[in-house]
Design a protein. Structure first.
Length: 319
C-alpha cells in the first residue's frame, strides 16, 4: 500500500505564509532598487588598482562559461541516486532515481548552479558593455541608454537571489546530506556526492559566489530584497511536492532530499522552517560581508583570508 505523501497542513501553512510575505515585500524592494543598482556598484572591481573593468567582465564571463560547460557535461552522464530517508519515513527505500540527462538539472543543486551561471553571464556581459562604451560616452550618458536601468536591476537581483542559495547548497550537502548518507552504513552511499561534476556543483558554486563578493566586483546584497532567495526555495518545495510521483518509473512517491519527505509529518514542517531560517541567515551574511571585511581591516589579505576560510568551512570533498 502506498503511503499518504500529501503535505501536512502545517507544511502548507508554512509555505503559503512565507510565499505571501515574500510577495508582499517585493513592491518596496523595487521602489528603492535604483539607489543601489548603479553602473559603479554593478560593473566596478573591488580593487581597481589590481583589476580593470574589462578584466572583471571577462572573469565573470569565464565563470559563466565554466558553469554551463559543467552542466552540459553532467547531462551526458548516466547517473542514478537513492535518497537516504530517515528511519521514520514511510516511503519505499532503495528506489533508484534516474538523474541522467535533463532530469539531473531538476535537482536544487543544479538549478542553483545554473542560476549562478546566468548571474555571472549577465553581470559579465554588462560589465564588458559598459567598459566598451565608456571609451565614447560618460557614465551618466551610458546610464541613460535604453534598458540600462533594467539591466542593472536584473544583474543585482539575480545575484542577490543566488548567492545565499549557493551557501545553503554547500552547507546542506556538507553538514546534512553527506553525514546522513554515511550514517546509513550502506557501501557506496556517498559515491554520488563524489562524482566530479556534482563535487563542483556543491563546492565551486559557493567558492565563486564568495570570490565575487570578496575579490571581484562585490555585487551588493541588501536587506530590502531578502524575499528573493526564500521565494526561490518556496517554488522548489512546491515543485518537489508536485513532482514526487515522477522520479521513478513505477510512480512510487519519492523525494531527492530526505528533509522534503512529507511522510515525516511535523518533522518535515520543522525541517522546512529550519531551511528557510538558515537561508535567511545566509542572506543576512551576504548583506553584512562588507562590514565584516572592514572589521578585518578591509585590505586584500583580509578579503583573501575571509574567502578562503569560509570556503574551507562550507565545502566537502571526501568522506
Amino acid at each position: 500500500m502506498t503511503a499518504n505523501t500529501s503535505p501536512s497542513t502545517q507544511s502548507i501553512a508554512v509555505v503559503v505564509t512565507v510565499f505571501a510575505l515574500c510577495i508582499a515585500s517585493i513592491p518596496n524592494a523595487f521602489s528603492t532598487i535604483d539607489q543601489v543598482a548603479t553602473i559603479e556598484s554593478c560593473t566596478s572591481p573591488i580593487f581597481p588598482n589590481l583589476m580593470s573593468r574589462s578584466a572583471l567582465g571577462w572573469i565573470r564571463v569565464i565563470f559563466a562559461g565554466f558553469i554551463f560547460l559543467v552542466s552540459a557535461h553532467r547531462m551526458t552522464e548516466d547517473q542514478d541516486m537513492s535518497c537516504n530517508y530517515l528511519k521514520e519515513s514511510k516511503l519505499k527505500r532503495d528506489q533508484k532515481i534516474d538523474i541522467s540527462g535533463f532530469r539531473g538539472q531538476l535537482l536544487f543543486t543544479s538549478l542553483t548552479w545554473n542560476l549562478l551561471g546566468l548571474s555571472f553571464a549577465f553581470s559579465g556581459l554588462l560589465t564588458l558593455f559598459v567598459d566598451d562604451y565608456n571609451e565614447q560616452y560618460s557614465m551618466s550618458e551610458i546610464n541613460e541608454f535604453t534598458h540600462m536601468k533594467g539591466a542593472l536591476r536584473a544583474s543585482l537581483l539575480i545575484f542577490e537571489t543566488v548567492a545565499p542559495l549557493t551557501m545553503l547548497v554547500s552547507v546542506v550537502v556538507t553538514y546534512a546530506l553527506w553525514p546522513n548518507a554515511l550514517r546509513g552504513g550502506v557501501e557506496g552511499a556517498t559515491d554520488g556526492f563524489k562524482a566530479k561534476s556534482i563535487l563542483l556543483q556543491h563546492n565551486a558554486n559557493v567558492i565563486m559566489s564568495l570570490i565575487e563578493v570578496g575579490l571581484l566586483g562585490g555585487l551588493p546584497v541588501r536587506f530590502a530584497d531578502m524575499a528573493l532567495a526564500p521565494l526561490f526555495g518556496v517554488f522548489y518545495i512546491i515543485f518537489s511536492w508536485g513532482f514526487r510521483f515522477n522520479w521513478v518509473p513505477s510512480g512510487e512517491p519519492q523525494f531527492v532530499y530526505f528533509f522534503l519527505d512529507t511522510t515525516l509529518g511535523r518533522t518535515s514542517t520543522i525541517a522546512l522552517l529550519l531551511l528557510l531560517g538558515i537561508l535567511a541567515l545566509f542572506y543576512a551574511f551576504f548583506v553584512i560581508i562588507d562590514d565584516i571585511l572592514l572589521i578585518l581591516g578591509g585590505g586584500q589579505i583580509a578579503h583573501v583570508g575571509l574567502v578562503a576560510t569560509l570556503s574551507v568551512i562550507v565545502c566537502r570533498f571526501k568522506d
